[in-house]
Ligand binder design. Structure first.
Ligand code: ADP
Length: 210
């Protein structure tokens, strides 16, 4: 571990937000495979961009094939996968971007680590406000997710071709206090996006403090 790092002061988070005219934050989707995380996060990203906000989605395609291509699906690798994603999301959020992450992130401990990371200020700016971290539980019974199975992954998992598949042969630990819970069996994608945007608006997260 590097021990000779000095932190340069640079701009504060509040100054960056003022220049960028928006608050950075991380919206962290969690849920079973095929619950609808990517579908809703993509629709939300598009909606936020359309409203003029900078938003960027991190997902399996742009992370597993690049930054985390050395990681598999054991519990240890999943922990490291989520830790790196949380660090990258935090950087995006710190740059005043709305970071959206859509990963199963099945372990409560990992999501808690991601949350705590966002609450920890950098040593150069101990007075920075914590970065908002909004956990969105995309909730679906595993039987329903398995019926959808858009990528045929549940079928393969049942055939034993994918070891440690969340919901089938590996655990999914449901969030106990997620900021938002969406039941995608009875909520359309459009309504899910509305539910999240309303949450952000009601808490003043989509506008700067005046
Ligand atoms: P995940 O990212 O959680 O693995 P995806 O978004 O890739 O899930 O897949 C979810 C599938 O469920 C898609 O085929 C999507 O069209 C479908 N779907 C049906 N109803 C909904 C809904 N209300 N919200 C989200 N996805 C839905």
């Amino acid at each position: 571990m590097a021990t000779n790092i000095t932190w340069h002061e640079g701009l504060s988070r509040a100054e960056r937000n003022t220049y960028r005219k928006q608050r950075g934050m991380t919206i962290w989707f969690t849920g079973l495979s095929a619950s609808g995380k990517s579908t809703i996060a993509t629709a939300l990203e598009q909606h936020l961009l359309h409203l003029g906000f900078a938003a960027y989605r991190l997902d399996g395609d742009n992370v597993r094939f690049g930054l985390n291509k050395d990681l598999g699906f054991s519990e240890r690798d999943r922990n490291e996968n989520i830790r790196r994603i949380a660090e990258v999301a935090k950087l995006f959020a710190d740059s005043s971007t709305i970071a959206l992450t859509s990963f199963i992130s099945p372990y409560r401990k990992d999501r808690q680590t991601a949350r705590e990371l966002h609450a920890t200020p950098s040593p150069a700016h101990p007075d920075d406000e914590p970065l908002p971290f909004i956990e969105v539980f995309v909730d679906i019974p595993v039987e329903e997710a398995e019926k959808r199975d858009p990528k045929g992954l549940y079928k393969k998992a049942r055939e034993g071709k994918i070891p440690e598949f969340t919901g089938i042969s590996a655990p999914y630990e449901e969030p106990e206090n997620a900021e938002i819970r969406i039941e995608t069996v009875k909520t359309s994608v459009e309504d899910a996006v509305k539910q999240i945007v309303t949450y952000l608006e009601e808490r003043g997260l989509l506008k700067l403090e005046s």
